[in-house]
Design a protein around this ligand. Sequence first.
Ligand code: PLP
Length: 379
Amino acid sequence: MKKQYLMTPGPTPVPPEALLSMARPIIHHRTRQFKNILKEAIEGLKYVMQTENDVFIFTSSGTGAMESAVSNVLSPGDKALVVKGGKFGERWEKIAQSYGIEVIPIDCEWGKSVDPAAIKAKLKQGKDIRAVYTTLCETSTGVVNDIEAIGKIVSKTQAILIVDAISGLGAVEFKTDGWGVDIAIAGSQKGLMIPPGLAFVSITKKAWKLVEEAKSPCYYFSYKQAKKSADKTDTPWTPAVSLVIALVETLKIIKAETIEATLQRHKKMAGAVRAAVLGLGLKLLAHDTPSDAVTAIELPKSIDGSELIKTMRDKYGVSIAGGQEKLKGKICRIATMGFMTEFDVIVAISCLEIVLKEMGYSVEFGTGVRAAQEALFSV
Ligand SMILES: *Cc1c(COP(=O)(O)O)cnc(C)c1O
């Protein structure tokens, strides 16, 4: 027998209420019944995203919504600032370049958050920069960026601010309206606790002006089409009905807990992971600005990260993530995201200790677990 524990930064575990809701017979989407569900989903999303703006639901993984935030607002040859610093920041660059956008990169060391002053300086030099693309939690490095500070800078300019909040939403503080985020992007399989397949976008009036002028090719993800339908509580194309139904269930869970308490729980869990890591004599990749959604752990040189992940998953049933691209084999990442509690952290740390020891790293059993328990439960 094997029991699986999913502690990866997407997909994340799905609560039973949501799983069961997806087992119900399918309903048609052009019905009063589904309209009510869609309305509840949008209202719940606005609560979690902390916005009064339009919110659209797309049937795609998060990257589809990222692409929509390029194709709907820019034209070939337009200039955009892109904050790099990890795999997902680099994805913005690749998407923008594929639409012929002139990308002005802001390079930032992997493991460090972006310096908002660097964005300010570039915007000062380039009055014709139309958009700034950045990431709330850079999932590949475990960094959280200071979107509030970036928002203060960008909102004073002609440019719009687009934030990939796919892994951060529901895990770390994020105030779409309060921080001046023009387009916020979220996804289903992270903090929102449902399976992969939905993506979410919120958009301000300032960004709508760009939508009116943009000339990039755009059809399936058209904001104009989405808005026309949304005004009638509808979607332009067949939505992933079962996923929207499940989303209503997980949004109810967040509402019942309250967004503030949800974020507090994440803070506590991630704090415990960090305490455990340091307790085990390991280092945090994002030591200055760690995110509460995922913790990236630097592994000792003697440990092959890919082997560690594989053993934890295949031998013990505990799935965590490895490093991506240049961090492959060098780090592991433990998510504290969505449907997780204190005891998921204890499981992950305990398993990490066991496998590190099996692989020859000197560990006294319980060192990391104790540090986590103290962070979680000491009064
Ligand atoms: C997971 C993730 C994405 C989206 O990935 P998809 O596989 O397209 O859902 C984008 N950005 C960040 C920061 C993520 O964590």
